[in-house]
Design a protein around this ligand. Structure first.
Ligand code: CUA
Length: 314
C-alpha cells in the first residue's frame, strides 16, 4: 500500500517497539557476522601459516586443549549468555509502555477486515486506526472467527488475535505518518487482503479526529443522497453494517458511519473512489472471493444513488 511511510518494513522503525526490535536484530546480526569472520579468519590463518609444518609441530605449538576450552566453551558461553540477557531485557521492554498510556484501542480481527473501537470515546471504525504521536496506545486485540495476527511492522511487534480472548500490546509512533498494518497469520482465502492503516497525528489532531468520529453520520443533503440512504436501509446493506444516526445497525461488516474519510475499501483491497465502491457493491465476490458480503443486485440508478450517499459519509 503506497500510504505507508516505510513500505511496511520492520527495518523502517518509526515506533518505540520497532526501534527495540530493529536494534535487537542488528545486534544479533552483528555478533553473528563478527563470529563468522573470526572463524573464517582463523581458518585462513591455519591454512596459510602452517601448510609446511607437520601435524606434530602444529599440535605441540598451539596447545589444542586451550583452544578447545576458550573457543569451544568459554567464548560461546559468554557470547550466548550476553545475547540471551540482552534479548530478555528487550522482551521485557517491549511488554511495557514507557509513558503513561494515552488511549485504548480495541481491535477485533474478522475474515477479512479489522474492526476498530475506541471504548472510552464510543467510536467505531474499520481498517484505520488514528493514534497520537509520541504517546503510548494500548491495543486490545481479539478475533471474531479464526486466529489472526495483528502487526504494524514499522511500529512494533506482532500480537495474535484469538477468538473470545483479549491480548494486549502497546504501540507508540515516534513521528507522524501512515503505517501499514497487516494480518500475519494465515487465516483463509483473503489473508493477504486484510490490511489496515495506522495514522499517527499530533495529539491535538488526534483529539479533533476523535470528536469528529464520535458524531453521527452526515445527513443526506441532496435528493440523490436521500435516495441512497433509503436504499441502504431497505436492502440487505443494513443487516450487516452500521451507520450511526440511521436505522442501519448491523454488526457483521465494517461500521460505515464515516466511511468516505477512510483511504481504502475492503481492507486495503481497493482505493476509496466512487468507481471502486460501485464495483465493490455490485460484485464483491469478484473483487475479494470468499468474503461475507453478498452482491447487491441494484439497477444502475439505485447503485449510483447508494454510492453518492456513501461517498458523502465523511
Ligand atoms: Cu487474518 Cu491472516
Amino acid at each position: 500500500m503506497s500510504t505507508s511511510r516505510g513500505g511496511g518494513s520492520a527495518l523502517h522503525a518509526h515506533g518505540r517497539g520497532s526501534h527495540i526490535i530493529a536494534r535487537e536484530m542488528w545486534l544479533q546480526f552483528g555478533v553473528g557476522a563478527a563470529i563468522f569472520l573470526l572463524v573464517i579468519g582463523l581458518l585462513l590463518w591455519i591454512v596459510l601459516r602452517r601448510r609446511d609444518a607437520s601435524a606434530e609441530e602444529v599440535a605441540d605449538e598451539h596447545r589444542p586443549l586451550l583452544w578447545l576450552v576458550l573457543g569451544g566453551i568459554v567464548l560461546p558461553l559468554v557470547v550466548l549468555s550476553a545475547l540471551f540477557g540482552w534479548s530478555v531485557h528487550d522482551v521485557v521492554a517491549l511488554a511495557h509502555p514507557k509513558t503513561k498510556e494515552a488511549a485504548i484501542v480495541d481491535v477485533t480481527a474478522h475474515r477479512w477486515w479489522w474492526e476498530i473501537g475506541y471504548p472510552e470515546e464510543h467510536v467505531k471504525t474499520a481498517n484505520e486506526v488514528v493514534v497520537p504521536v509520541g504517546e503510548a496506545v494500548r491495543f486490545r486485540v481479539r478475533a471474531a472467527d479464526v486466529i489472526h495476527t495483528f502487526w504494524v511492522p514499522e511500529l512494533g511487534r506482532k500480537i495474535d488475535a484469538f477468538p473470545h480472548e483479549w491480548n494486549t500490546i502497546w504501540l507508540e509512533a515516534d513521528r507522524p505518518g501512515r503505517y501499514l498494518g497487516v494480518c500475519a497469520e494465515f487465516c483463509g482465502l483473503q489473508h493477504a487482503h486484510m490490511q489496515f492503516v495506522v495514522r499517527a497525528v499530533s495529539p491535538a489532531a488526534y483529539r479533533a479526529w476523535l470528536r469528529a468520529a464520535a458524531q453521527p453520520a452526515h445527513a443526506p443533503a441532496t435528493a440523490q443522497e436521500r435516495r441512497g440512504l433509503a436504499i441502504f436501509q431497505t436492502t440487505s446493506c443494513a443487516y450487516c453494517h452500521t451507520i450511526a444516526g440511521t436505522r442501519a445497525a448491523g454488526w457483521v461488516g465494517p461500521d460505515l458511519t464515516h466511511m468516505a474519510s477512510r483511504p481504502r475499501l475492503a481492507a486495503g483491497t481497493l482505493p476509496n473512489t466512487p468507481a471502486a465502491l460501485r464495483r465493490w457493491i455490485a460484485a464483491p465476490q469478484e473483487v475479494k472471493p470468499g468474503n461475507l458480503m453478498p452482491p447487491a443486485h441494484l439497477p444502475a440508478d439505485d447503485l449510483n444513488a447508494l454510492v453518492a450517499y456513501l461517498e458523502a459519509l465523511r
